[in-house]
Design a protein around this ligand. Structure first.
Ligand SMILES: Nc1ncnc2c1ncn2[C@@H]1O[C@H](COP(=O)(O)OP(=O)(O)OP(=O)(O)O)[C@@H](O)[C@H]1O
Ligand code: SF4
Ligand SMILES: [Mg+2]
Length: 365
C-alpha cells in the first residue's frame, strides 16, 4: 500500500492529493460552488446494543457545497441514514457520535452545546424521511403543523403565519392551500403528505435539506414529481440537498455528485457523470451493473450483489467489501484501504487503481 497517493492522470497533469481535493479553497469537481456548507471528517457512530457495539459509521469524510444536490447511495445497512442523523444530532441515547471535524458554514458543530445544535435544526438543516406519517401528528391540522414551525423558527404568528403557510403549501404544489390548512394528515394522500413535510422544512428556510429516501413509499409518478420538486426548490432557494436513495436513475437525472457507502464507510465519491461512466471502486462497479449509462434509465435500482454485507458488530479489519469482491488480494485485508485520488476528482477506497482493476478484468477474458 506504499503508493496509495497514486493518481490516475486520465488526461490531466495536476495530481490531486487528499488535501488538494478535499481541502480549503479547492472545489470538488462537479460541486455547485466553492463554498463548503457542511464538512464532515472522521465521523464515527457506534450503538450500544444488547452487550455489543454496532459500529454503524466508521470514519466518514464528506463535504456538501452550497447549491449541491448530492446523492448518498449504498446497500441497506451501509450507514447512510445514521451518517446524516448523526450530523443532524438526532441520534438515540444508545449512540455515541464522534468526529475529527464537523462544521456547518464554517461553524464548529463539535464545540456547540446541545441547545445550539437543536437551534440549527430547521433554519440551518432540516431532514425529511420516507414515511411522512411518522413525522405528522394525526390529531393536528396541517395548518397547525405549519404554524408551529413558523412560530418556533421564524417568530411568525397570526394572520402572517397563515399567509406564509398558504404560500409555502402553494410552493410545494398543494392545490387549494387555504382549504388544505384546515385538514388533518389522514385526509392527504402519501404524496401530498410528503409535500407537507417538505413545506414544513421550507418554512424554516434551511440551507441544507437532507431527504432520506423521501419517495420510497410512493408510486412512480408521484416519486418523480416529488424529486423534481426538490430539485426545483433547491435551485430557486439556493438550498443544498443531500438525497439518500436506492434509485440510480434518480441520481443520474437529478444529482450533481454522488457518495457511495458500504460497511459504514464512504467507498467512492465523484461527479454523477464520472461515477456512472468510469466507476473506480469494485463496489460501485458492482452496484452499477444494472445501469451503466446515466442516460439509459430513469428507474434503475441498485444491482443486487451476491453475498451479504459485513457485520458491523465485528467488522473486518481490512476492506469491508473483501468477502464479496472479485479482485480481493492479501493486501485488501491489511487494514482499511486509503483513498486513491484521481485527476477527475473521484476518490475510491481500494488498494487497486481503476487501471489496475481494468487490467485484472482484461486478463480474465
Ligand atoms: N438504533 C440503533 N441501534 C442499533 N443499531 C442501529 C440503530 N440504528 C441503526 N443501526 C444499525 O446501523 C447500521 C446502519 O444503519 P442505517 O440505518 O444507517 O443504514 P442505511 O444505509 O440507511 O440502510 P437502509 O438503506 O436500509 O435505510 C445498520 O447495521 C443498522 O442495523
Ligand atoms: S480493497 Fe480489495 S477487496 Fe476491497 S474493493 Fe479493492 S480490490 Fe476489492
Ligand atoms: Mg436508511
Amino acid at each position: 500500500m506504499a503508493d496509495q497517493k497514486r493518481t490516475q492522470t486520465a488526461g490531466a497533469d495536476a495530481a490531486p492529493t487528499r488535501e488538494a481535493e478535499e481541502g480549503e479553497g479547492r472545489v470538488a469537481p462537479g460541486a455547485a460552488s466553492s463554498h463548503e456548507l457542511l464538512r464532515i471528517r472522521g465521523l464515527k457512530t457506534t450503538f450500544h446494543s444488547h452487550h455489543s457495539l454496532v459500529k454503524a459509521v466508521r470514519g466518514v469524510d464528506l463535504t456538501v457545497y452550497d447549491g449541491d444536490f448530492l446523492a448518498v447511495v449504498g446497500e441497506s445497512g451501509s450507514g447512510k441514514s445514521v451518517t446524516m442523523k448523526s450530523v443532524m444530532g438526532i441520534m438515540p441515547d444508545n449512540a455515541d457520535v464522534e468526529a475529527d471535524e464537523l462544521t456547518f458554514d464554517g461553524r464548529d458543530m463539535l464545540a456547540m452545546s446541545d441547545e445550539q445544535r437543536r437551534c440549527m435544526r430547521g433554519p440551518d438543516m432540516a431532514m425529511i424521511f420516507q414515511d411522512p406519517m411518522t413525522s405528522l401528528d394525526p390529531v393536528k391540522t396541517i395548518g397547525n403543523h405549519l404554524r408551529e414551525v413558523l412560530k418556533r423558527h421564524r417568530g411568525i404568528t397570526g394572520k402572517r403565519a397563515d399567509e406564509e403557510a398558504i404560500r409555502v403549501l402553494g410552493q410545494v404544489g398543494i392545490p387549494s392551500p387555504e382549504q388544505r390548512l384546515k385538514q388533518y394528515p389522514h385526509e392527504f394522500s402519501g404524496g401530498m403528505r410528503q409535500r407537507v413535510l417538505i413545506a414544513m422544512a421550507l418554512c424554516c428556510q434551511p440551507r441544507l435539506l437532507i431527504a432520506d429516501e423521501p419517495t420510497t413509499a410512493l408510486d412512480v409518478t408521484i416519486q418523480a414529481q416529488i424529486l423534481e420538486l426538490l430539485q426545483r426548490l433547491g435551485k430557486e432557494m439556493g438550498m443544498s440537498v443531500v438525497l439518500i436513495t436506492h434509485d440510480l436513475g434518480v441520481v443520474a437525472s437529478l444529482c450533481n455528485r454522488v457518495a457511495v457507502m458500504y460497511g459504514g464507510l464512504i467507498m467512492e465519491t465523484g461527479t454523477v457523470r464520472d461515477i456512472f461512466y468510469r466507476p473506480c471502486h469494485p463496489y460501485t462497479r458492482a452496484l452499477l451493473g444494472a445501469v451503466p449509462n446515466p442516460n439509459e434509465s430513469r428507474t434503475g435500482r441498485l444491482e443486487s450483489i451476491p453475498g451479504s454485507a459485513p457485520s458491523l458488530i465485528d467488522p473486518p479489519d481490512g476492506c469491508p467489501f473483501a468477502e464479496r469482491c472479485s479482485f480481493t488480494s492479501p493486501a485488501c485485508t491489511r487494514g482499511i484501504p486509503d483513498f486513491i485520488d484521481y485527476a477527475t476528482g473521484q476518490r475510491a477506497r481500494c488498494v487497486f487503481s481503476s487501471d489496475e482493476l481494468d487490467a485484472k478484468q482484461e486478463g480474465r477474458k
